[in-house]
Design a protein around this ligand. Structure first.
Ligand SMILES: [Ca+2]
Ligand SMILES: [Ca+2]
Ligand SMILES: [Ca+2]
Length: 161
């Protein structure tokens, strides 16, 4: 018995793991795109056009900016996300422990996201900062660059969001 067959098996296993990771990322990306469409497609035609998206984002910003200051404070940003998260958790069939875990994970990510969106670290997300991140997301999903996000947009293999 030489070591070779063992090595080969290990190499194959590593390759299989790598492949499944890639497949997982692509799956996550198509999932992210589908959620994006579901949340932003106001007229339900399966396409999120630029105009439609701009309108939705403007409404979302205004709704989140509860004190109408023209910027989203961390408290406003977190409150808006938390309300949506709680609705999702209520509807899910996760165990209470899983829900608590998921809540903690998501809220931690929300704090991180706030810091990223508040690019000049002024303590608030301005409409410009909000729009910038929104368009980056739009462009990421509109992989065939036809100006709309739809199921026709191919998922790029290196796409993770
Ligand atoms: Ca639409
Ligand atoms: Ca505000
Ligand atoms: Ca497209």
């Amino acid at each position: 018995m030489s070591e070779r067959p063992v090595m080969k098996t290990r190499t194959l296993l590593t390759a299989a793991v790598a492949l499944s990771l890639i497949a997982g990322a692509a799956h996550a990306a198509s999932h992210a795109r589908d959620i994006f469409i579901k949340e932003q497609d106001q007229n339900g035609d399966g396409f999120v056009t630029k105009d439609e998206y701009a309108a939705t984002r403007a409404i979302q910003f205004a709704k989140t900016d509860t004190d109408n200051s023209g910027a989203l404070s961390q408290a406003e940003y977190v409150a808006e996300f938390k309300a949506r998260l709680e609705a999702k958790l209520t509807a899910s069939d996760m165990t209470p422990e899983k829900k608590a875990e998921e809540r903690m994970r998501q809220m931690r990510q929300t704090d991180v996201r706030f810091g990223v969106l508040d690019s000049d670290k002024s303590g608030g997300i301005t409409k410009a900062e909000f729009d910038y991140s929104g368009w980056r997301m739009f462009v990421t999903h509109d992989t065939n660059t036809d100006g709309a996000v739809s199921a026709a947009d191919p998922i790029k293999s290196d796409q993770t969001t």
